[in-house]
Design a protein around this ligand. Structure first.
Ligand code: GLU
Length: 445
């Protein structure tokens, strides 16, 4: 089996040289689904895995815009429409200088499995730009979003492809993108999710990724006869995802002691409270991409250039960006008594860290744990189609139910002979089967 996986990966690498993030994401899936693939001739004869690793369509385009000094600036825009077997392409837009085609392909590939796990009819896609919002004015961000959408609008639509936010794309950016789409196409549809409440956005969408991840963690802990209350928790990042997780964890009685930014991490021994969680939003809105001011404001410790994984905690939630937690970090966490790593960023852990964590603590992969965000995006699509909106209670209950279904899927496909749950295996196989069956049913397309 290993030789076959190696052969598959070599062929993929030959076709996609240099796309290291994409190779990393594919390898993790291939290793865990190969048995199922091998045992099903209908998948093999239809070349399902090969097809799943090739996006249905990829758009790359120029994004010119004018800065506040009147100069022309240039960025590159992308949309990767990965897989539409079970629904319209669905996935966020990332605006960050680290964005490359490889990064968006890994994200679009993962999104396909994640969206399948949500139980909702959504295919997988991802897009974005290497645009860096740091230090940019609000007007510059608006002009960039308008130029980006002027091209993107040719490829998306409420029944075709429905983007949303991701790193660097929040409510403000979605508002500008939606405004431009509506202006050019002269239609008010659910073409984007994560919209403002006033124009079709779903209540609970901003909190959904973080909340969902904590709901998933509750199920993991219940399997171990434990509960969230009283746990010390390390979070990374300080954006939307980290903020949602901090609020739900605090509400459930956990003590959040860290957040982080590109400048370092905050250790707040007093734990987070409502005021501090609110301040995270303020920090984000400055466009400065730093967390150090938190330490000064609340008298917490700041460790410049360090990652929060050196803190002594019971649970760790990487919430920032891919490969933010490596094997050494995982070892340090476990050595300090950490029993749970809940990957809340997409591919937040390196392959080595994942392998170590699976063996030495309880590990949840991003495509299961962070699926709450896109799940509520799916609920936003439903509400837009109905031209109706559900209450906070209704959306939150649906989100909690979806996360419990995802957990049950992981248990179903990931429980080994020894009774131990391998969440990576469970999530990958669970996500794969639904998409693979749909692809087989739809023939050679
Ligand atoms: N960017 C989020 C994710 O990684 C959300 C995507 C969406 O809501 O479409 O799943």
């Amino acid at each position: 089996m290993e030789a076959k996986i190696k052969e598959f990966m070599e062929a993929l690498k030959g076709r996609t040289p240099g796309e290291i993030e994409f190779h990393q994401a594919v390898e993790e899936v291939i290793e865990t689904v190969w048995d199922v693939y091998d045992a099903n001739p209908k998948y093999k004869s239809a070349k399902i895995l090969e097809k799943m690793c090739e996006p249905e369509r990829t758009m790359m385009f120029r994004v010119p815009w004018i800065n506040d000094a009147g100069e022309v600036e240039l960025n590159r825009g992308y949309r990767v429409q990965f897989n539409s077997a079970i629904g319209p392409y669905k996935g966020g837009l990332r605006f960050h200088p680290s964005v490359t085609l490889s990064v968006l392909k890994f994200l679009g590939f993962e999104q396909t499995f994640k969206n399948s796990l949500t139980t909702l009819p959504m295919g997988g896609g991802k897009g974005g730009s290497d645009f860096n919002a740091k230090g940019r004015s609000d007007n510059e961000i608006m002009r960039f979003c308008q130029s980006f959408m002027t091209e993107l609008c040719k490829y998306i639509g409420a029944d075709t492809d429905v983007p949303a936010g991701d790193i660097g794309v929040g409510g403000r950016e979605i508002g500008y993108l939606f405004g431009q789409y509506k202006r050019i196409r002269n239609e008010f549809t659910g073409v984007l999710t994560g919209k403002g409440r006033e124009f079709g956005g779903s209540i609970v969408r901003p909190e959904a990724t973080g909340y969902g991840s904590v709901y998933f963690a509750q199920h993991m802990l219940a399997e171990q006869k434990e509960e969230i209350k009283g746990k010390r928790v390390a979070l990374s990042g300080f954006g939307n995802v980290s903020w949602g997780a901090a609020s739900k964890l605090t509400e459930l009685g956990a003590k959040v002691v860290t957040i982080s930014g590109p400048d370092g991490y905050i250790l707040d021994e007093a734990g987070f409270d409502a005021e501090k969680i609110e301040y995270m939003l303020e920090l984000r809105a400055t466009n400065n991409d730093v967390v150090a001011p938190y330490a000064e404001k609340f008298g917490a410790k700041f460790f410049a250039g360090k990652k929060p994984w050196e803190a002594k905690v019971d649970m760790a939630f990487p919430c920032a960006i891919q490969n933010e937690l490596n094997e050494d970090d995982a070892k340090q966490l476990v050595a300090n008594g950490c029993k749970y790593i809940i990957e809340t960023s997409n591919m937040g852990c390196t392959a080595e860290a994942v392998n170590y964590a699976i063996k030495n603590c309880v590990f949840a992969p991003g495509k299961a744990a962070n699926a709450g965000g896109v799940a509520v995006s799916g609920l936003e699509m439903s509400q837009n189609s109905m031209r109706y909106s559900w209450t906070a209670k209704e959306v939150d209950e649906k989100l909690a139910h979806i996360m419990s279904e995802i957990h049950a899927t992981c248990v179903k496909y990931g429980t080994g002979a020894d009774g131990k749950i391998n969440y990576v295996k469970g999530a990958n196989i669970g996500g794969f089967i639904k998409v693979a069956d749909a692809m087989v049913a739809q023939g050679c397309v």
